[in-house]
Design a protein around this ligand. Structure first.
Ligand code: CA
Length: 516
């Protein structure tokens, strides 16, 4: 080939490469996921909250879609976030429990590196990837946000953090893994500053911002600036909670304003949701009209505020009543970015856009499942199975009974059986849990392996011997050794579950329990 021909070919190839990347970029939306922590279903104006205005959060509903039946993947923080980041039922890789504090966390705690995060999927598509806030799906080297696909992370790794600067916390703030010791701002304000800074630095590329607040999770801490907005709230706990929520709404407003300032509002796909329902009595969060709270599989533990905005695609002010779950955000973002859904493993999340645009009829999911230790739940159409740790399995029809007040199990044994069978079929596809939540009392009980099963017949066998009526739990009558019973009953509800018994025995030195 003559040099001049070769030069032309190189030029042509370079032009084609440039043109295709420019075309891809032009078609790629920016993506923002705002994740609230422990925010209850009725905690935003768009879902009926009256005493705490959330205008910036509500603007997403006004300009986009409000999902009435949007679910978190799990009733507590950490597994819920693993579901979002992986796009899958987190049980597929045994991620079923919180970690407990870092110093007690099981050795194997975290999102395995074999499960790609959304950031790891978007980065190769040309995205600038940034995360601000609470991670909670891995502490160890190799499992932290800046090592899991995020170009930038500012925040913390564990499940909770103080909001007030200067207050000591066991879990340091980090920037790309390095401790930050000079933070001067209220944490939610600091997060807003960092999110806006990331957007400023990310021009020329589509961006993915994962903004994972710890608001409005405990501890209840707000500044005068925010609390003083609520002179009409006399309850001091509620006033502080209102301040925290108002600060989060402001932070979202600052990010939305920056997106507008950058001229990117039309081309940005935004999601807002909460990682689990409100813990109500702890924080004054509200889940009404739903039953239950954080940690439970009644709707109050898993059905959450859930909004989406994408101005050039989604018509404003729509309400969607189909069941959707957080892992759908993963799939929707990936497809919007021009990515392909993985074929090497089931991605349980589905791309919601064809459903929202009316291109696909039917529902994104005809069934959804939750498993949290001994708690089980399934939603199939309007029917919901809730099998809590205690009592008989319950059956509700959410269409007529959103508050899960009327247990229809006895009236509809066939329907109950159908949902139980659906649940069992799903559960069989999942992995057993790879660890249990640990704190100072349960240290050493983390790995759910045969290693920490007690010797001599095994705890399951002994548990079954004591459980005379075979209902899966022990009462003081069935287990008359009061001292040990109290130690086993971690949540002091007067009943010992097999989980509690297992945790108790596996955290003790070999030789078994001694009555104190
Ligand atoms: Ca949470």
């Amino acid at each position: 080939m003559k040099p001049i021909q070769h030069f032309r070919l190189v030029l042509l190839a370079a032009f084609v490469a440039f043109a295709s990347s420019a075309t891809l970029h032009a078609a790629q939306p920016n993506i923002i996921i705002f994740l609230a922590d422990d925010l209850g279903y009725a905690d935003i104006g768009a879902n009926g909250c009256k005493d705490i205005p959330t205008p910036n959060i509500d603007s997403l509903a006004k300009n986009g879609v409000r999902f009435t039946d949007g679910y978190a993947n799990h009733p507590v923080c950490s597994p819920s976030r693993a579901g979002l980041m992986s796009g899958r039922y987190q049980h597929r890789f045994g991620f079923e429990h919180n970690s407990g504090p870092e110093r007690f966390a099981a050795d194997n705690f975290g999102l395995p590196r074999t499960e790609p995060t959304l950031a790891e999927r978007l980065k190769p598509l040309g995205y600038a990837t940034g995360m601000v806030g609470k991670w909670h799906i891995g502490f160890k080297e190799g499992l932290r946000p800046h090592e899991r696909g995020f170009d930038y992370h500012f925040g913390f790794l564990s499940g909770a953090h103080t909001y007030l600067p200067g207050k000591t916390d066991n879990d340091p703030l980090v920037r790309n893994g390095q401790p930050v010791t000079d933070e001067k701002e209220y944490l939610t304000d600091a997060f807003a500053r960092e999110a806006v800074g990331f957007l400023d630095r990310s021009q020329g590329k589509p961006f993915f911002l994962y903004f994972a607040f710890n608001a409005v999770h405990a501890p209840l801490e707000a500044t005068g600036k925010y609390e003083s907005r609520f002179p009409g709230i006399s309850d001091s706990k509620r006033k502080t909670y209102a301040g925290m929520l108002s600060a989060m709404d402001d932070a979202i407003g600052r990010v939305l304003a920056k997106v507008r300032e950058l001229g990117q509002e039309d081309n940005t796909l935004i999601f807002f949701y909460s990682d689990n329902g409100g813990p109500t009595s702890q924080t004054t969060s509200r889940n009404d009209p739903l039953r239950g709270y954080k940690g439970q599989l009644f709707e109050g533990g898993i059905r959450v505020p859930f909004l989406a905005q994408w101005k050039t695609k989604l018509p404003p002010g729509r309400t969607n009543t189909q069941s959707v779950m957080a892992f759908d955000i993963h799939a929707t973002a990936l497809v919007a970015a021009g990515g392909k859904l993985p074929t090497d493993r089931p991605l349980d999340g589905v791309d919601l856009m064809p459903f929202l645009l009316g291109e696909k009829t039917g529902a994104p999911h005809d069934r959804l499942f939750w498993r949290a230790g001994q708690q089980k739940a399934a939603r199939v159409g309007d029917w919901k199975l809730v099998d809590a740790r205690t009592g008989a399995p319950m059956l509700f029809n959410l269409k007529d009974d959103i508050g899960e007040q009327h247990d229809l199990a006895a009236q509809n044994p066939a329907k109950l059986k159908e949902l139980q069978a659906a649940y069992e079929a799903w559960s069989k596809e999942m992995q057993p849990t790879q660890w249990r939540r640990q704190d100072s009392r349960t240290q050493g009980a983390g790995k759910a392996t045969a290693q920490n099963a007690p010797r001599g017949g095994g705890i399951e066998t002994r548990f079954q011997q004591y459980d005379r009526n075979k209902d899966g739990k022990l009462t003081p009558g069935e287990f008359p050794r009061e001292g040990i019973f109290k130690q086993m009953d971690r949540n002091a509800d007067g009943i010992v579950t097999s989980d509690e018994a297992r945790m108790f025995y596996s955290s003790r030195p070999q030789g078994g329990a001694k009555e104190k």
